[in-house]
Design a protein around this ligand. Structure first.
Ligand code: ATP
Ligand code: MG
Length: 587
């Protein structure tokens, strides 16, 4: 049995944490003071790409490696801040020459390679609103998002264009320009109706006069993960840079000398806010790796690239756990000093696994596409309570509330379960749901943004995720969060992953059903089925424990790796599946 808390020694560390005392940091914090750290555009205004690249390129970090881009063969290519500045200027010039105007929407369907950075940062320099998409999306999800976003420019590879765009292009009337590159990042052969971006880049000028955007200018269009329904288009502004910068310093403890790896795909907000921007904003070198998940390769990257700070997600950690401890222990990570995770509740089992097998506990943190950046976190200087998502960061005011029928809010006390609310504004707060202005307004009550997640806060101020509002199970008068049940099932040595839903029941309201995938070396059997139900009853008690359990080869996830409980529930109850555009591996 594990202890309830992981305490840390904060003296004598090779890297001094950015903030040693979280409470003191909270008390002293001011966004206005932090904003002084932004350079601002020469002559006025503020641009995210300028903050991320040019301010370093014009200063002492010009020659420093911004990106270490890994290839499949085990080699890499380093891009300095100076080079990135010139290349993104060129990309902005390419757009300008084509007649693209500030405010137009640029969609970026690129793997994690140089073109992704040129598209996102070059587009921001011109003042475009940039929307990165998952390369693994099929044509339909791409079409839906590009239509909603009225994308007028698309940057993608020739192969992705042929496989995913060519057939839908006629359905995208707003799309004026398609810029292509080939698999090696070179010229493309002429594909009708498209342009070769590298040919245009070669002809473009090195200097560019960055658009006079301000902190309130639209910059990014992200789509939510689609875990609970149809993905929403979430609009963010250039000023989000301040949240990215501050939270990367505090929640990820990034220092300029770090080698940082964010293993999230840029099609998910994490892969953009913390994959692209946060490290660049702090002048930190990022490892850029875009291949499919492979446990052995991931360990090799951490080891060989001497990664110091790694930001990942529970789904990846669970896959690493599934691959077995022996594989992990065959590698050494002497440089690694901080691991963080976001996207789903992180089971205590996973936090401890990190500590015992990788040598470091995993720091869970919480945020959403809508918040644009980390809001609640286990930071480097805090003791971890495994299973808790930590405490609100400096500059973040969080409360737990109940929304009454008359629209007013009741503020709940310690240990009461309610909706997580955040006091507005903060720099990376979203500015609208595209095409759903009313829904946007509905998500605020006075000065509070309501997240839709149910949480509780303990006596020490730690926040505990209970459930998404939509996933909560009501059984015999009890509120049951799937996470609690799933975490308990995962404590059983055979279980790799578990997802829990509520099934209507005439007597109890709902009963709990669990879906379980097994670790390698274990086989589904009636005996294991009964053993797992018994394990649940013993740990959770009869009311909360699953009454039914089914084995699955793999559980359904979104592209960002989140369990899609709503899909399991729809299938179980024979209901329509709803929007499945973000489903990973649709059958
Ligand atoms: P959609 O809004 O389309 O249903 P989504 O909410 O999964 O999808 P994201 O914005 O990517 O889209 O995810 C944010 C949500 O992920 C949060 O509201 C929360 O439910 C969950 N989440 C993120 N981090 C954590 C965490 N550390 N612990 C628990 N849940 C988390
Ligand atoms: Mg959401």
């Amino acid at each position: 049995m594990h202890l309830p808390m992981i305490k840390k020694k904060l003296t004598g560390l090779p890297t001094k944490p950015n903030w040693l005392d979280s409470e003191q940091a909270r008390a002293a914090f001011s966004w206005q003071v932090e904003a002084l750290e932004l350079a601002g555009l020469p002559g006025g205004g503020m641009n995210l790409a300028y903050e991320a690249v040019d301010r370093h390129a014009m200063g002492g970090a010009r020659e420093q490696t911004a990106l270490r881009i890994l290839d499949r063969q085990g080699g890499h290519r380093d891009i300095s801040f100076g080079q990135l500045s010139t290349l993104t200027n060129r990309f902005a010039n390419v757009l300008k020459t084509l007649g693209v105007a500030p405010g137009e929407r640029l969609f970026v369907l690129c793997g994690q390679g140089l073109e992704l950075y040129l598209g996102v940062l070059g587009g921001l320099k011109l003042g475009c609103v940039v929307s990165p998409l998952f390369c693994a999306f099929g044509p339909e999800p791409i079409e839906t998002r590009m239509r909603l976003g009225e994308g007028s420019v698309l940057l993608t590879s020739e192969s992705l264009y042929r496989r995913k765009i060519a057939a839908i292009r006629q359905h995208l009337p707003a799309l004026k320009h398609v810029l292509l590159y080939d698999a090696e990042g070179g010229d493309t052969n002429a594909v009708e109706g498209t342009l070769s971006v590298h040919r245009l880049l070669a002809e473009a000028a090195d200097d560019f006069d960055i658009a006079r955007t301000t902190v309130d200018s639209p910059a990014l269009l992200h789509f939510t993960s689609g875990t609970t329904g149809t993905p929403k288009g979430v609009l963010h502004v250039h000023g989000a840079a301040l949240t990215h910068r501050v939270t990367a310093k505090y929640a990820l403890d990034l220092h300029p000398e770090d080698i940082y790896w964010c293993s999230a795909d840029p099609g998910w907000v994490t892969g953009t806010s913390y994959g692209i921007f946060a490290p660049l904003l702090l002048g930190v070198t990022s490892v850029v790796e875009g291949n499919e998940f492979d446990a052995e390769r991931w360990y090799r990257i951490l080891e060989k690239q001497q990664v110091t700070v790694w930001y990942t997600a529970p789904t990846a950690i669970r896959l690493l756990m599934k691959a077995g401890d022996t594989l992990a222990r065959s590698h050494r990570f002497p440089c690694l000093r901080f691991i963080a995770s976001v996207g789903e509740p992180l089971n205590p089992e996973a936090v401890w696994w990190g500590k015992e097998v990788l040598g470091l506990p995993i720091h869970d943190n919480w945020w959403q596409t809508e918040t644009g950046g980390i809001m609640i976190a286990n930071t480097v200087s805090m003791a971890i309570k495994p299973g808790s998502m930590g405490k609100p960061l400096p500059g973040v005011e969080a409360a737990i509330v109940e929304r009454k029928a008359d629209g007013s809010l009741v503020f709940l006390e310690e240990n009461e379960v309610g909706e997580l609310a955040l006091k507005r504004p903060w720099p990376a707060m979203f500015r609208t749901y595209l095409g759903q202005e009313e829904r946007y307004r509905q998500s605020f009550v006075g000065e509070w943004y309501l997240s839709g997640d149910l949480v509780r806060r303990d006596a020490d101020g730690y926040f505990w995720f209970v459930s998404r509002g939509d996933d909560v199970i009501k059984s015999a008068g009890h509120l049951i969060g799937p996470f609690e049940v799933e975490s308990s099932l995962m404590e059983h040595p055979a279980v790799a992953e578990a997802a829990v839903i509520g099934k209507p029941d005439p007597l109890l309201g709902e009963t709990v059903k669990a879906f379980v995938s097994l670790k390698s070396g274990f086989t589904a059997s009636p005996a294991l089925h009964d053993e797992l139900l018994g394990h649940g009853r013993k740990r959770l008690g009869a009311v909360v424990a699953p009454k039914e359990l089914a084995f699955m080869q793999a559980l359904p996830h979104t592209r960002s790796g989140k369990l899609m409980r709503r899909l399991l529930k729809a299938r179980e109850l024979g209901l329509p599946e709803g929007d499945t555009s973000s489903l990973e591996n649709p059958s």
